[in-house]
Design a protein around this ligand. Structure first.
Ligand code: ADP
Ligand code: MG
Length: 695
């Protein structure tokens, strides 16, 4: 077997490849573009394109594609081959600088939220040189941003890059006041990705999984996750083989796949990658999700990325570990040994605390989707209420700052494991809190509300921008003050005092917290439409405009796209339920009833003294259930029709959330009860037991 360090990043046109292959001057120019955003001249682009093409052909590429991230949440690509005909009937392989830096895919079939009229079909892709090009499946992939003819962002990368610039600018202003030199501040992200693996043959027998990614019917099996025997459990051979191949594929693409383990639910797993800049982490996470799906198929498995594939079983999320660092390697959220005396750290910490409190609505929106609504607040994932966990030590520090007291450093306590052969170790100053939506974990924050299927772009756009805004306010205030030390101390104290309400170190799953949060005036936006309603609030529009992350029309477009996506996904689920009810469940009930009735009649024919009680009993039960089931199907159809007639997008989304979804739940309840009473060979689709325990 080849050693990992020999093939790691082998398919990536990374810095070391560029340094080796590009002419010195070209390399220098390109590096300047990458580090400071300086525009690239066409002659440099031509030189880079030529070298890139030769390198890609060596790696087996015949095509190239501008790879972009439209508002669908997945990536898009259109492949062009390198071939150009020559006059003698042969072909040559060509790739120009213009083809590298700009593309013009037809944009008319991507969601634009009204930003692009259908007659302006053209969209533009522009090379993002800060994310490396790579070769995959015989194609050279060029990461690009995607925008309309008028320059409006139609994708998830453009605003992310803008938000990174915003936080870079404001963080450097603050650092400058501290006398710290840095030529760039970058937001860093390490995502942890949860997923399910199920058998492909079983998957193919379930329309709900195929059309919607989650099961819409399915009774609980005798065993679920109650034995708690799956988390960190031994990885089964078929899954282990999948993970090995996945790692290799990711490593070839330079993606730092690091940790893999079984998750809480049966058939559930997690993959964590080592952190990088938000932009690269986002590109890489899109690839992780795509490659997970592809590799799974090769192993006869299907990878489910939906947030709630199985009712009654934990769903899947994504943890977005986030921090900010300078190009000189300083993590601005690193408290050091004595955080109470580290004014710079405390100021950045205060900025995050204020940002999260001021923009709870935006963070909640960044984790909102039809799929994730099943998780948030369901005691398996953080609640829909945004709060921050800082751990005991920092909490004590913040409290003494707010009260204006001097913080007394406690002696570190030894943690004895009670076994003499095991070493004692210093107790971590921050314990974990799995119930917190936003937890400080030593030198970074872990935003834990994201859904597993999300692009992490949205949440990071919001995080970068809201923290940039508070840093802007801080820099303005300190800049205007006469005495730097005084100004910083006052700012930290006032900010902490004003925003202590957002800190919650207890159990966020409890009802007491819900009540307490309400008393504190924290938002509790339960569903996606409840959350999205706040997106266009004046303060949010101002925020994005100030930092040039979204224009007002881009925000309106996103608002529409998100609401539409929500409506469409519930609509598809409802239609799938109706389809399964009519085509699978009712016929299955009918077959079983027919057979039972036949038996009962035969038995009676045998002798009038023998009565087929069991048959009669089941037939009675099933006919009752099936009757009310069919009525519910009709009701659901009527609700869908009513919903379809509502012209306003937000009203419509709310109707889907409050009414349509309610009837879907009732329909499911009856369907699941029918399943319980059916004989095994009459079952219309594989059960939860088979789906969860057969790999
Ligand atoms: P856990 O204890 O939750 O497993 P780890 O230290 O393993 O925590 O980190 C989890 C994730 O956080 C990893 O993806 C890791 O790369 C990422 N991470 C670590 N440091 C940073 C940082 N400074 N910025 C962003 N992410 C980080
Ligand atoms: Mg984690």
């Amino acid at each position: 077997m080849k050693k990992v360090n020999e093939f790691f990043g082998s398919m990536v046109f990374n810095d070391s490849v560029m340094k080796n292959l590009l002419p010195k001057e070209t390399y220098k120019d390109l590096k300047e573009t990458i580090s400071s955003g300086k525009p690239l001249s066409l002659s440099v682009a031509n030189a880079v394109a030529g070298t890139m093409k030769e390198w890609a052909i060596e790696k087996g590429a015949t095509h190239f594609t501008h790879w972009f991230q439209p508002m669908t949440g997945i990536t898009a690509e259109k492949h062009d081959s390198f071939i150009t005909p020559s006059s003698d009937g042969t072909v040559i392989m060509e790739f120009s600088g213009k083809e590298l830096i700009q593309g013009e895919p037809d944009a008319s079939s991507f969601p634009s939220g009204g930003l692009r009229a259908t007659f302006e079909a053209r969209g533009y892709t522009a090379w993002d040189p800060t994310s490396y090009a790579f070769v995959k499946d015989g194609t050279l992939y060029i990461p690009t941003a995607f925008c309309s003819y008028g320059g409006e962002a139609l994708d998830k990368k453009t605003p992310l890059l803008r938000s990174m610039e915003a936080i870079d600018k404001q963080a450097r202003r603050v650092l400058e006041l501290f006398g710290v030199k840095a030529s760039r501040v970058t937001s860093t992200v390490g995502p942890e990705q949860e997923y399910f693996l199920i058998d492909k043959n079983l998957y193919e027998k379930r329309k709900d999984l195929i059309y919607t990614g989650r099961t819409l019917f399915g009774a609980m099996p005798p065993k679920g996750q109650e034995l708690e025997d799956h988390y960190f459990g031994q990885i089964k051979p078929r899954v282990a083989a999948f993970m090995r191949e996945l790692d290799e594929e990711l490593w070839k693409l330079g993606i730092l796949a690091k940790t893999e383990h079984n998750e809480v639910a049966p058939a559930q797993h997690e993959l964590a990658t080592i952190f990088s800049s938000s932009n690269i982490a986002t590109d890489n996470n899109q690839l992780v999700m795509e490659i997970m799906k592809k590799v799974a198929l090769k192993h006869g498995l299907v990878c489910l990325l939906h947030e709630k594939p199985f009712d009654g079983i934990n769903g899947s999320g994504k943890h977005n570990n986030w921090s900010i660092s300078t190009d000189t390697g300083i993590n601005l959220l690193e408290p050091g040994k004595t955080p109470a005396e580290n004014a710079q750290f405390l100021l950045f910490l205060a900025a995050v605390i204020k940002a999260v409190d001021d923009y709870q609505d935006l963070l909640r929106i960044s984790a909102a989707s039809a799929g994730n609504d099943h998780r948030l607040g369901a005691n398996e994932a953080p609640p829909a209420i945004i709060s921050i966990f800082v751990g005991t030590e920092l909490n004590n520090i913040l409290e003494s700052i707010a009260k204006g007291e001097v913080y007394a450093v406690p002696e570190p306590t030894d943690m004895s494991l009670g076994v003499t052969t095991l070493p004692t170790f210093k107790k971590d100053s921050t314990d974990r809190n799995r119930t917190s939506p936003f937890a400080f974990t030593g030198n970074k924050f872990e935003f834990r509300m994201l859904g597993s299927a999300f692009s992490i772009s949205g949440p990071n756009i919001i995080l970068n921008t809201i923290v940039a805004e508070v840093l802007r306010q801080f820099a303005d205030e300190i800049d205007a003050a006469k005495d730097f030390n005084n100004a910083v101390a006052k700012l930290i104290k006032n900010t902490v005092k004003q925003h202590m309400r957002i800190i919650s170190n207890g159990n966020n799953y409890s009802d007491e917290w819900k009540e307490e949060a309400e008393k504190r005036g924290l938002l509790n936006l339960r569903t996606t439409p409840d959350a999205l309603e706040h997106f266009l609030d004046k303060k949010n529009v101002e925020l994005f405009k100030t930092h040039k992350v979204f224009t007002e029309s881009e925000m309106h477009a996103r608002y529409e796209i998100l609401l539409e996506a929500y409506i469409k996904s519930i609509n598809i689920e409802a239609l799938t339920m109706i389809d399964m009810a009519r085509k699978n469940i009712i016929p299955a009930v009918n077959d079983y009833i027919k057979d039972l009735t036949k038996t009962a009649t035969l038995v009676r024919g045998l002798s009038p003294e023998v009565t087929c009680y069991f048959g009669i009993d089941i037939v009675k039960k099933l006919t009752l259930l099936a009757n009310s089931f069919v009525l519910k199907v009709k009701e659901l159809e009527q609700e869908l029709k009513k919903a379809g007639d509502i012209p306003n997008c937000l009203e419509q989304a709310k109707y889907f959330s409050n009414e349509v979804f309610g009837v879907m739940k009732e329909l499911r309840k009856i369907g699941d009860e029918i399943e319980v009473h059916l004989g095994e060979k009459y079952l219309p689709y594989p059960t939860y037991g088979e789906l969860l325990f057969s790999v």
